[in-house]
Design a protein around this ligand. Structure first.
Ligand code: DX5
Ligand code: ZN
Length: 222
């Protein structure tokens, strides 16, 4: 199953509800980028905004926590209505964070930055639901896709097959109709796109086009 996760980072925050409505029918998940101004050099949104989104939509909320200390806020995100949270492998404390997310009933994701070797994620794959491979340096939307994501996706896919894991592979950053095929072919199933969707005059059509490009690449590869 392929999933499209529009990233609201590129939406108009002053009209967030309407922006979500514009993509809702094509959005399997909604990707919510949480930035703390410390782990990444930018600040975005937190639990109160997630709660407001939850009051507006029943969409599956995929919260990407670009934070140095997500453990302090996991309970607040769960209470706000997050369905899934991803924490970064670079901050350590992974075992405790996975345990806390499980205890809160959240989907459990582990994110990995472009400069971090995929080996950092390997010990955790059997305990998580999803690995989030960053294909840009986190912090900002609208950056160019970084190729180094592709071998990481392939490695995650290979290990999941080898060990019989039900592991979802999400890719985040620089995805559009031209780049999504490469990561779909390598084994990714969940595709985050911000600027390619919300920067398009018809965001739902843009999401559908990305889904079609991913599906075409998978059909060709398998
Ligand atoms: C970057 C964020 C991404 C971002 C992707 O730090 O994690 O989710 O919204 O935006 P695009 O699709 O524009 O690269
Ligand atoms: Zn993200």
């Amino acid at each position: 199953m392929l999933r499209i996760a529009p990233s609201i980072l590129s939406a108009d925050f002053a009209a967030l509800g309407a922006e979500i409505d514009r993509v809702r029918l094509e959005a399997d998940w909604l990707h919510v980028d949480v930035m703390d101004g410390h782990f990444v050099p930018n600040l975005t949104i937190g639990p109160p905004v997630v709660a407001a989104i939850r009051r507006h939509t029943d969409a599956y909320l995929d919260c990407h926590l670009m934070m140095s200390n997500p453990g302090k806020y996991l309970e607040a995100f769960a209470a706000a209505g997050a369905n899934h949270c991803s924490v970064h492998v670079e901050i350590d404390d992974t075992a405790a964070l996975i345990k806390t997310m499980r205890g809160l009933g959240l989907g459990v994701g582990l994110a990995v930055n472009p400069e971090t070797p995929f080996e950092a994620c390997e010990p955790w794959l059997a305990r998580i639901d999803q690995v989030l491979v960053m294909s840009v340096h986190p912090g900002f939307g609208g950056q160019q896709f970084l190729e180094e994501a592709i071998p990481k996706v392939a490695r995650a896919f290979e290990l999941a097959q080898r060990d019989g894991l039900t592991l979802s592979i999400e890719v985040d950053g620089g995805l559009d109709v031209d780049t999504v095929g490469r990561v779909a072919e390598a084994g990714a199933d969940t595709f985050v796109a911000g600027s390619a969707i919300f920067g398009h005059p018809d965001p739902a059509a843009a999401a559908r086009a990305i889904r079609d490009a991913a599906a075409a690449a998978v059909a060709k590869a398998r």
